[in-house]
Design a protein around this ligand. Structure first.
Ligand SMILES: [Zn+2]
Length: 418
């Protein structure tokens, strides 16, 4: 079958894959997780991959949250282009707080859409169903595309997901939504799809349930990376090019006594400017909050016109643990975010600190372990591991360069193209 030499999506050009490219987004995979597991000899396959390839670092998008970064990776562009700046935002037209997981909020085609239209076979597997519709947006399920979540694997149909009987194929039952197995299912499905469906491009996106719960080099974390290592070995042995990255890092967000280290920003603002004059939006908010209590290190603040935004920004900046406070224009420029989906101020907390709304609005009773979370600049560093040598990479690397790295910067392909 004929195909173009390259495909352009969102003004970035990608060479046609010469062998299957598998991009893995290991959710919340702070670089230390793999480094410490590797150092203990728990990831022999990863070591072999790095030996013949690359172990690089890059930066995620800020807010260092799951959806903005997954969509950046699969569109090759930051949220200013694709529009998905969080899980949750204040819709300007309605003034309502709405979930942003509907594809109607996506403003750019995915790399999968572009390649399928040019004749490629594409497969997308995610852990949580909330991401599936965004990642699989505009795919035609005509036998050349597959897109499903492990969360709802048993409900996949040929018409809506391009595949059925997924559990039989994978050899696993649908896992609990709060489990390491939800991610294992993604990897196991990837290995099977590589053998049976033979995609040109495949994207495997896990969930950070384990990373929220366990710090690097703990038994719980290491068990996850031992599991992942087995599947990395199988994907590598099958001949795929692998680019392994993460949507964001993950840090402990606790005080010395183990309690969450929270700035309740809405309580603070109500005290400073009065009730009803401001609205704090936490884009981390989603229906699955058990593992982080809706506490992350990024917030955006809407202010009534009567409020002196600069004065409030200065007050917030003076709080202990605040990394930056930007007005909307500066913040959207620095972080490449869509202006119409951000409030008047953008607030990022650092290191152990997280941002909340009102103390009464966060149910932390379900948090069984010390809080670990993300969202800020301090969780921006992510791994980029490639199982081939690379050439001519543009620094600084971003996680959303993953498809470009795998298609345009593998050393051999780069030489051949010269
Ligand atoms: Zn994530």
């Amino acid at each position: 079958m004929t195909h173009p030499n390259s495909v352009t999506v969102n003004d970035r050009s990608y060479n046609w894959p010469t062998q299957t490219l598998v991009v893995i987004c290991c959710d919340g995979s702070e670089p230390d997780y793999m480094e410490l597991a590797r150092a203990k000899g728990l990831m022999p396959n990863l070591n072999a991959i790095i030996e013949k390839g690359e172990n690089l670092r890059g930066h995620s998008v800020v807010p260092s949250f799951t959806n903005p970064n997954n969509l950046s990776i699969v569109t090759g562009r930051p949220p200013a282009v694709h529009g998905i700046s969080g899980n949750f935002f204040l819709e300007p037209e309605s003034g309502e707080e709405v979930m942003m997981n509907d594809p109607k909020f996506l403003r750019a085609p995915t790399i999968f859409e572009g390649f399928q239209k040019a004749g490629a076979r594409v497969a997308v597997v995610t852990a949580k169903d909330k991401l599936r519709r965004l990642l699989g947006n505009n795919l035609a399920f005509d036998g050349t595309a597959i897109s499903f979540s492990s969360e709802k694997a048993d409900q996949a149909t040929l018409a809506e997901h391009g595949i059925e009987n997924v559990c039989e194929l994978v050899g696993m039952d649908v896992p609990d939504v709060y489990s390491a197995e939800l991610s294992e299912f993604v990897f196991a499905a990837g290995v099977k799809l590589l053998q049976t469906f033979k995609p040109d491009l495949m994207y495997l996106s896990t969930t950070d349930y384990v990373q929220h719960k366990f710090a690097p080099d703990t038994d719980g974390a290491n068990a996850f990376y031992v599991m992942m290592d087995k599947y990395l070995g199988e994907l590598d042995a099958a001949g795929a090019i692998i680019v392994l990255t993460a949507d964001h890092g993950m840090k402990a967000k606790t005080r010395a006594d183990g309690t969450p280290d929270v700035i309740y920003l809405q309580d603070q603002l109500d005290e400073w400017v009065g009730d009803g004059k401001s609205k704090v939006i936490l884009p981390i908010t989603d229906p699955y909050v058990i593992h982080h209590g809706a506490l992350g290190s990024f917030a955006t603040v809407y202010l009534e016109d009567s409020v002196d935004a600069q004065a409030v920004a200065d007050q917030i900046a003076a709080l202990s643990g605040i990394h930056v406070v930007y007005d909307s224009e500066r913040g959207c420029r620095e972080f490449e975010l869509p202006r119409d989906r951000m409030g008047d101020l953008i607030v990022v907390s650092r290191d152990t600190k997280v941002l909340g709304t009102r103390e009464t609005e966060h149910d932390l009773s379900a948090l069984k372990e010390p809080l670990r979370s993300h969202g800020g600049i301090t969780e921006q560093e992510i791994p980029i591991v490639v199982n081939r040598h690379t050439a001519n990479l543009n620094q600084p690397l971003r996680n959303f360069d993953a498809f470009s790295i795998g298609l345009n910067h593998i050393a051999q392909a780069a030489q051949a193209a010269e």
